[in-house]
Design a protein around this ligand. Structure first.
Ligand SMILES: *Cc1c(COP(=O)(O)O)cnc(C)c1O
Length: 385
């Protein structure tokens, strides 16, 4: 058995060994394991210091003040806290949210839950390139719009939103601008001041940190009020109670510091890997790019393979860890709602795969993938004739 080639970095990244090593030093009795909220002994203070150091590392990457970072369990919780917490706290100002139909489920399903609670949602449909334009947003704004939520980088397509242009429109309409940036850390400059971001969801495990930890950036000037979803000891300035997970937090902090130091170099190397894959596929016919590569991060590439079914192709590519965006239910396979949302025809959407690369992807991983793809495609297409 050969080890599979891992090309599913957009689903999760492995933890960087430097991060894992630091995390291990925050678990056991000889390490920094105490409760960061224990104010009565030195072990507690040490843990608090470790947490605050990580808070600064995350804040530094996005040009924020450490006091603007709220720890959560991941970007899913951050999205929930941003949307539900903000809309409930600002009910008196308006009840209208604007978002898009190709957001991550953590935003889509939360917005649906808010609709059921009596809030109103406008669902923007992006263009074929996967981007919502500033003009589209301007048309959707209403006097009672209080929040706009759009993602930085789409997890299925890799496409990047023009956040500076979109935040300008949101602010001109008197709304607060929330960004799900789970896929953007280490890939884009995420300076919250320059981009005009008021609330931003972050995740540890999409950026070589551990799973189960995330953060929400909450702008302080002017102060953004959120209603807490989790009540308890009043941690995180009352916005998110619960004992802080020191080892997860130091892991996320270190991963974000590494993203700042090495993100650009990673992306340059990954661009070459993506181009190696595209060049290798150039002589095979019937391949469509769902990803508009000139407005996308280089580490995500979504391709449609004419004349095959994505599920069959995935089976034939047993040694390559990849994903389709499709959802299986008992009766049938449904195409990805994201591909549907940008207007990819059903048959092509069902024949699509997402390739996502990362820090530990090598040239030989790409070459193995190309060999496996050529083999699988010629086999499946021969059968189909
Ligand atoms: C992975 C992901 C999430 C969810 O993050 P978790 O930390 O796993 O909860 C949210 N949004 C986007 C865009 C993602 O890619």
């Amino acid at each position: 058995m050969t080890t599979p080639v891992y090309l599913d970095y957009a689903a999760t990244t492995p933890v960087d060994p430097r991060v894992a090593e630091l995390m291990a030093r925050h678990l056991t009795v000889d390490g920094i394991f105490a409760n960061p909220a224990s104010r009565s002994h030195m072990l507690g203070w040490q843990a608090e210091q470790a947490v605050e150091n990580a808070r600064r590392q995350v804040a530094d990457l996005i040009g924020a003040d450490p006091r603007e970072i709220v720890w959560t369990s991941g970007a899913t919780e951050s999205d929930n806290l941003a949307l539900i917490g903000f809309l409930r706290a600002n009910r008196g100002r308006g009840r209208h949210l604007v978002t898009s139909c190709i957001e991550h489920k953590a935003v889509v399903d939360t917005a649906h839950a808010l609709e059921a609670e009596g809030f109103e949602v406008t669902w923007l449909t992006p263009g074929r390139d996967g981007r919502v334009t500033a003009d589209q947003l301007r048309e959707a704004m209403r006097p009672d719009t209080v929040l706009v939520s759009l993602m930085a980088v789409n997890n299925e397509l890799g496409v990047i939103h023009d956040l500076a242009a979109l935040s300008e429109v949101a602010h001109a309409g008197g709304a607060v601008f929330h960004v799900d940036a789970a896929q953007a850390v280490g890939r884009l400059d995420l300076d919250v001041e320059r981009l005009g971001i008021d609330l931003m969801s972050l995740s540890g495990h999409k950026a070589y940190g551990p799973k189960g930890i995330g953060a929400l950036y909450v702008k302080r000037h002017p102060d953004i009020r959120l209603e807490a979803l989790i009540h308890g000891g009043g941690h995180e300035r009352g916005m998110r109670s619960g004992t802080l997970a020191t080892h997860q937090i130091v892991g996320m902090g270190e991963a974000f510091a590494l993203a700042g130091d090495e993100g650009e170099a990673d992306q340059a190397r990954i661009t070459a890997l993506r181009d190696r894959l595209l060049d290798g596929l150039a002589d095979i016919g019937g391949i469509h790019r769902n990803t508009a590569v000139d407005v996308a991060v280089p580490n995500i590439l979504n391709l449609a393979f004419e004349g095959v079914e994505g599920e069959s192709l995935l089976m034939a590519l047993r040694d390559i860890a990849l994903s389709t965006g499709s959802a299986c239910n008992s009766a049938s396979v449904e195409p990805s709602y994201v591909l549907k949302g940008i207007g990819v025809p059903r048959a092509l959407a069902l024949a699509s795969l997402r390739f996502s690369f990362g820090r530990f992807t090598s040239d030989s991983d790409i070459d193995r993938t190309l060999d496996a793809l050529r083999h699988a495609l010629s086999g499946l297409r021969r059968q189909a004739i």
